[in-house]
Design a binder for this molecule. Sequence first.
Ligand SMILES: Cc1cc2nc3c(=O)[nH]c(=O)nc-3n(C[C@H](O)[C@H](O)[C@H](O)COP(=O)(O)OP(=O)(O)OC[C@H]3O[C@@H](n4cnc5c(N)ncnc54)[C@H](O)[C@@H]3O)c2cc1C
Length: 146
Amino acid sequence: MPALAGNGWMICGDAAQMVNAVNGEGTNLAILSGRLAGETAILAHIRGDYRARVLDQYTQSVQSSIIYKDLKKYSGIHGLLSGPERRVLFGKLPGVLNESLSDYMSVNGTTKEEKQKQLIHQLRDAAGGNVELLRLGLKGWRAINR
Ligand SMILES: Cc1cc2nc3c(=O)[nH]c(=O)nc-3n(C[C@H](O)[C@H](O)[C@H](O)COP(=O)(O)OP(=O)(O)OC[C@H]3O[C@@H](n4cnc5c(N)ncnc54)[C@H](O)[C@@H]3O)c2cc1C
């Protein structure tokens, strides 16, 4: 998250990078940060002082709100999605999932149990083996639990 306030300015929502890509949310963070900025603006208006030392109250409000806590929790996701794993995450895995789910939903004489086993095998192969799949899962878990 960038600096949120300075002399005569505060930023909220998308402009302040308050977007949670994992949960597909940003509207709620924009609304809440807008409210917190509004409350600080009222305070600054009452004092007649719009300098950073007053508007920094907004930064503190954001830091103790769910905005900061949630975004901190998911802060590892950017590194994961732009790191070396991106080839598997954006290339092989979606392809395998797409094919397997299409197969899973089709009636073709194969039982669901066999299809589930097949899916696990295909996912494992796409990730590069059991260890790699486990490693990827662990990295993913850590990336969304900072
Ligand atoms: C395809 C898509 C799907 C999404 N789905 C979801 C969802 O399901 N749930 C969810 O919570 N979030 C979702 N989001 C994210 C959500 O839309 C944003 O996080 C949210 O709208 C951010 O609000 P905001 O007020 O910060 O910015 P914005 O909504 O972008 O508002 C900024 C406004 O400022 C205006 N503006 C820009 N420059 C100037 C200027 N110089 N002068 C005057 N006005 C200006 C723009 O025209 C715009 O109206 C989605 C986003 C996208 C793109």
